[in-house]
Design a protein around this ligand. Structure first.
Ligand code: SD4
Length: 333
């Protein structure tokens, strides 16, 4: 693996700061100072990274959009459509209902150029919440619309809606609840009640965009909004530095502006991998020892480097370039 010189072109003070931050984050020095974490893909553009293994299908669709001449925002939106329609049970209208048996969706999108953002929360009955978020960004002076207002806006924009009847949802949820209960008795089964798609795109021209979409925490209180549609929590893009996205227990991300934190660590010079790890370590430090936090971050930087980390369990993330598309493990803290 080719290594870049560690210190030759860095002022001594910056070198020491980076070293201290990187080592605190558990990174190796080469990783912290810019050695490629993945020689095959590092530096390659376009590059797409996303949360979880199901993100790969969205990455592949996003790459196709870019190769067909679409913009980075088109790639984010249309890539996310794939997962929103895939029926995975945690993103889009197949998602787990809230405590009232209703699916309420959260999504956001952010563009590096112009530093613009759009977001929707607690949105009901709209097939592609990511498109609603994009329209909020592009067609209104606002950043975020919620609940019935977000739904009315999406309908006025002509976005596809699906009639949702709370009673039907409630029945479906009851069935799912029975399944989850049964699965909980089976140590081999791992029931999921939340898993969000955050997808980050570095374009061939070096510009960055990202999006995030979820049905949020299963069985949440009606009206509960998680981290996913909150700019700086579930997603953050800074066109000078890079982008980060989150998945996990939103309450633990929101209280720390998680994705913003990861991007800020990258701004200080950390490799995306080390930045994700350092953000998790910093949150852990302020929490009760041993508390299960369910924090997962994914990040990419302007140079085409990427990384991911989780506070516990496993966190696979998807990485796609023109030469390769694969799922790989995030680092466990
Ligand atoms: C939420 N962060 O609503 C989302 C859920 C999630 O993996 O990402 N789960 O809290």
């Amino acid at each position: 693996m080719k290594m870049k010189p560690l210190s030759s072109d860095l002022p001594r003070r910056e070198f020491l700061t980076r070293a201290a931050l990187a080592l605190a984050a558990g990174a190796t020095l080469p990783a912290a100072f810019g050695a490629d974490n993945d020689p095959a893909a590092a530096g390659e553009r376009p590059l797409i990274v996303s949360t979880w293994d199901f993100g790969k299908a969205s990455n592949d669709a996003a790459l196709k959009v870019l190769l067909g001449g679409g913009t980075i925002l088109d790639a984010v939106e249309q890539g996310i459509w794939v997962t929103e329609s895939a029926g995975i049970g945690t993103v889009g209208l197949s998602g787990t209902p809230n405590a009232a048996g209703v699916v309420q969706l959260d999504a956001c999108i952010m563009s590096g150029p112009g530093h613009t953002a759009g977001s929707v929360a607690a949105l009901e009955g709209i097939r592609h919440p990511i498109s609603a978020a994009r329209r909020v960004m592009e067609k209104t002076p606002h950043v975020m619309l919620v609940g019935e207002g977000a739904r009315m806006f999406a309908l006025e924009e002509g976005l596809e809606s699906i009639e949702t009847h709370a009673a039907e949802h409630y029945e479906a949820w009851q069935k799912q609840r029975a399944k989850l209960k049964a699965a909980a008795q089976d140590p081999k089964a791992t029931p999921k009640n939340h898993d969000t798609l955050a997808l980050l795109v570095l374009g061939a021209d070096g510009n960055i965009a990202g999006g995030c979409s979820t049905s949020g925490l299963g069985h949440k209180l009606p009206g509960r909004v998680g981290d996913s549609p909150i700019i700086g929590s579930g997603l953050y893009v800074d066109n000078e530095v890079g982008a980060a996205g989150a998945t996990g227990l939103g309450e633990n991300v929101m209280r720390f502006c998680g994705s913003f934190l990861v991007v800020e660590y990258m701004r200080q010079g950390l490799h995306p991998q080390a930045a994700c790890q350092e953000a998790i370590r910093r949150i852990i430090k302020q929490e009760r020892p041993g508390k299960q936090l369910s924090l997962n971050f994914v990040a990419l930087d302007k140079q085409g480097r990427h990384g991911a980390a989780t506070s516990e369990g496993q966190f696979p993330y998807s990485v796609t370039s023109k030469t390769d598309s694969r799922v790989q493990p995030g680092a466990r803290i």
